[in-house]
Write a protein that binds this ligand. Sequence first.
Ligand code: GLY
Length: 381
Amino acid sequence: MRLSEQDRIWVGDTCQRMLDKMEVSIHRSEGKIPYSTDQNGMYDDKSADKDLMWWTNGFWEGMLWLMYAQTGDDYYKKLGNQMEDILDRLLLGTTDYGIDPIHHDAGFMWLHSSVANYRLTGNLRSRTRGLIAANYLSSRFNIKGNYIVAWDGIERQGWSIIDSMMNIPLLYWAAKETGYDRYRSVAMAHADKTLEHVLRPDGSVIHIIHYHEETGEVIESFGGQGYEVGSSWTRGQAWAIYGFALSYLRTREQRYLDAAKRVAQYFLSALAPFEYVPPVDFRSPKEPIYIDTTAGAIAACGLLEIEKHVSEFEKDMYLSGALKILRALTETQCNFNKETDSILQNGSEAYHTNKHLSIIYGDYFYMEAMLRLNGLDIEMW
Ligand code: GLY
């Protein structure tokens, strides 16, 4: 990755501030699986049985593995293994809600936990956990409609969401690991269906699409966590940028890279008027303005992935886009004060919840993007 001397120094300094704060935060959060922060700015905890199914519960362990990869400190490895023992209660069905909680976000929950552990340390129990999660995820495939169903509940059996583009890398990993192409077939069928119906001609994407369960025909779409039907939820756009880029990484099918580039170009031009801090939805009222920093961090990771695969003379657009976003987030949205937890502030769960909070995947993707810019080259997806 070609960084100017000035950018290289900025990236190095910012990573150091980030790592210094995370070291302190991680030490005082032992045993927790954070999602957000409490009223004192300290990480909360979703490790109790009633919360364990929460879809973000793999990101904390992902941060531990990023720290381990960056520092080589076995302390992070020890904590990562402890987290996996906690998540095992889901795989073993020993929580109060049996195995139902293993939902479409199995990728988010086990790629950055178990699969990261296996990739970095060769832990075979972690490999097994990753494969069990991949089996659950592929069992959600609707063979008549060619999509992975999101969520549970009879009334939502035909629903699919752009977010799942980020879950299917678990299936690409399982295919490579086992040699069984069926996992890749499921992932590619889902990616192709998403390409056909969720990516709009203008480069934006739908959040939720409802297919007919028996025929796979499109029935309707929903605004989901964005503003309204037809709008452009920025985190969904970011999932598409990174998700299609990762499908390209794992399959080398040009149509996925083209899709990632299309959404990325739309995203960057829509983002410029916001000084590179994303609103929650590009197609929402100008006032009041709600922002979602998590969308910026995710998109930056996606742009850096695209940059790796495009031709020499195209690279600058993606690298400079990622840098603009990360500089804007760092300078206006990050808290490096070690007295409180969480670095990236002002994430958003959804447009209509209308509140800003620090969210664990904001921290995760910010860390991933910054460490990649700083030269860390590990597989997390
Ligand atoms: N995957 C759910 C979200 O992005 O909020």
